[in-house]
Design a protein around this ligand. Structure first.
Ligand SMILES: Nc1ncnc2c1ncn2[C@@H]1O[C@H](COP(=O)(O)OP(=O)(O)OP(=O)(O)O)[C@@H](O)[C@H]1O
Length: 603
């Protein structure tokens, strides 16, 4: 992967376009802050007022010097008035700034909250094809680290910058009013700083982007290793993985070092130097104006005000540049979040099609993940409502692909799959998910109670949950847990046996009251006894629910109404167990006999 890229997880890296990064980050911020626009505008207005009040200080000082101090004009009431005015203006400015910065911090927090929620919601609505490419750890990194970087963008960077720009502008306006020649000299600081920042960006941007990528990679490796801990330890790979982790970590360190080096010499030191040069120039100009003659009364006041204002220009500039390294990181983070949000969501069926009986018809279905590499060829199949169909075939024959298309995880060619006569993509999403259940090979249990694992946030009543558990033959073992349905199952359902997890997953699928139930190798990892329980559950559902089961273990689908044998993406055989066994040299027959031999060998 090239060093300078903003990669969508798992996608080829895109080259960084700095202008696009800034544009993307700005678009994201503006969108997230839009509901708080009124607060933002009010906040900025009052900050401007505060800057105006602050800029009054040196002006009052100048008047004090010019009108009273130098002419030895001791008019106490006026002098006291000026001092009180300076004090009140300063206090009011501080108070206003405090109030507005708190208000803007609130806007920032709410915006980041919105961004995080929308990123998470968006990820949940992405098509399954996205997750073929995505790497979990990297994705998590986007939802957590990168949105955190956006928070920095708001909370620290933008406000410090906004505040600094306003203070700086106030000082510039005051100087313009006092002596525009001198103000022009001070104003040369601004392009000088812009130049420094530009140079800094050039030097550090690739390092910042690289650092974020590497951090994502670290997260990804950590997540992957924890998920595959058993395999990792069993293959004695701990040391090799540690070494790989250390290499990425070292690259991350080097990249951060490059960033920090650019920070260290470009930002504060250069600006401090500029400050000194500028003060010298302004004083020299004063000195040169009258060829060394003593300063007039008027000039002393102006000089006092200018020296004050220069500090007020330099300090915000230092603040702004100091924020640039953070800004750089945050921009990249924001652009990465933006890129993720731009990923197209899975299309939602606008139509209101319904699943009624649960009949499926497949007509001339062709499918390829990648153009030119077809996986399914001209599939034709009619599945009666309430029937039980088994799908078998060699590995890679296209069983899971067919199931993914039936489940709408990938779009099938228009009209090639119909449910109860309605094209599958024209059935309303919520209704479809309610009426079509899935029992995957890996049951995927949440670290939650048995009840919550069946409910999956659908808000189902106890009665329905228990009925589903009974139908799945899970009720008894759930009741035997110490707190019954309220028992927490631990991460990934660690407290249950593999078979129990699978029964729970069946209960979950049945709780939605499906008309169609898909099982994807649901019996591969369970013992024969549990398999028999699953078979019993399926038998009881027959006639009420259409069942389509991919089975590696052929005994699971022995009693199916029909068995579909896939071979290289084509239907090679179709019939009942008895019919297929009777086919001379049949594929199913061979698979079945082979499995029996294996089982006998194992037994
Ligand atoms: N997400 C994907 N992207 C690209 N190609 C894929 C994807 N999933 C599967 N394939 C390819 O499609 C073909 C069929 O795979 P599929 O998973 O449907 O087979 P299967 O019969 O379910 O195999 P198994 O019994 O091993 O699960 C294979 O050649 C596989 O490499």
């Amino acid at each position: 992967m090239p060093a300078d890229s903003i990669a969508v997880p798992g996608l080829p890296a895109e080259p960084v376009d700095r202008r696009r990064t800034v544009g993307d980050a700005a678009a994201l911020l503006a969108r997230a802050a839009a509901p708080d626009r009124r607060h933002l505008l009010h906040g900025m207005f009052w900050l401007l007022v505060a800057a105006g009040l602050e800029a009054l200080g040196p002006l009052i000082g100048k008047t004090f010097i010019d009108s009273y101090l130098l002419p030895r004009n001791a008019q106490w009431p006026q002098m006291a008035g000026l001092l009180a005015g300076a004090l009140v203006a300063g206090m009011a400015a501080s108070w206003l700034r405090y109030l507005q910065l708190t208000r803007l911090a609130g806007v920032a927090m709410r915006s980041v909250q919105r961004i995080r929620e929308s990123v998470y919601g968006h990820v949940l609505r992405l098509p399954m094809s996205f997750f073929d490419r995505a790497i979990t750890g990297q994705l998590v990194s986007r939802v957590t680290n990168d949105t955190e970087a956006v928070k920095t963008l708001y909370v620290q960077v933008l406000f410090v910058m906004l505040d600094s720009v306003i203070v700086l502008s106030g000082a510039m306006v005051a100087m313009l009013w006092l002596d525009w020649h001198l103000m022009l000299i001070v104003a040369t600081l601004v392009p000088a700083v812009a130049l420094i920042v530009l140079l800094y960006q050039r030097l550090s941007a690739p390092a910042v982007t690289r650092s974020r990528e590497l951090r994502s990679e670290l997260n990804a490796q950590m997540a992957e290793s924890i998920a595959g801990m058993a395999v990792l330890q069993a293959s004695n790979a701990a040391e090799r993985f540690s070494a790989k982790f250390a290499a990425v970590n070292e690259a991350h360190y080097q990249s951060r070092q490059r960033e920090l080096r650019a920070n260290a010499w470009l930002l504060r030191p250069v600006l401090d130097l500029l400050n000194v040069i500028l003060l010298a120039v302004v004083i020299a100009v004063f000195g040169a104006r009258d060829q060394g003659a003593a300063l007039t009364t008027l000039e002393v006041g102006v000089l006092y005000a200018f020296i004050n204002y220069i500090a007020r220009v330099v300090e915000p500039l230092i603040q702004i540049t100091m924020q640039f390294s953070q800004l750089q990181q945050a921009m990249v983070g924001a652009a990465r979040v933006h890129a993720l949000l731009k990923e197209a969501e899975a299309p939602k069926a606008a139509e209101q099609g319904r699943v009624t009986e649960g009949g499926i018809s497949i007509d001339h279905l062709d499918f390829a993940y990648q153009p030119g590499q077809p996986v399914l060829h001209d599939l034709n199949l009619h599945i009666e409502p309430g029937s039980f169909h088994g799908i078998v075939g060699h590995t890679g024959s296209g069983k899971s692909t067919l199931l993914s298309l039936l489940l709408r995880f990938y779009p099938a060619p228009p009209g090639s799959i119909r449910v109860d006569g309605t094209p599958v993509d024209a059935i309303a999403e919520d209704h479809f998910r309610d009426r079509v259940g899935l029992v995957p090979q890996d049951p995927f249990l949440l670290a939650a109670s048995a009840r919550e694992n069946i409910d999956m946030g659908r808000g189902l009543g106890d009665e329905r949950i228990e009925a589903a558990a009974k139908a799945a033959h899970a009720h008894d073992f759930i009741l035997a847990l110490e707190q019954g349905y309220a028992t927490s199952l631990g991460e990934g359902g660690a407290r249950l046996s593999v078979g129990q997890k699978q029964l729970l997953a069946i209960a979950r699928a049945l709780a939605g009251d499906p008309r169609i139930l898909f099982l994807d190798e649901a019996t591969s990892h369970i013992d024969s006894e549990t398999e028999q329980i699953v078979q019993r559950a399926l038998t009881e559902l027959r006639g009420r629910v259409t069942i389509v089961a991919i089975a590696h273990r052929l005994s699971t689908i022995r009693d199916a109404d029909r068995i579909v044998v896939l071979n290289h993406g084509r239907i090679a055989e179709l019939g009942t167990h008895a019919e297929l066994m009777a086919m001379p040299q049949g594929l199913y027959q061979r698979l079945y006999l082979l499995q029996q031999l294996e089982e006998e060998g194992a037994g």
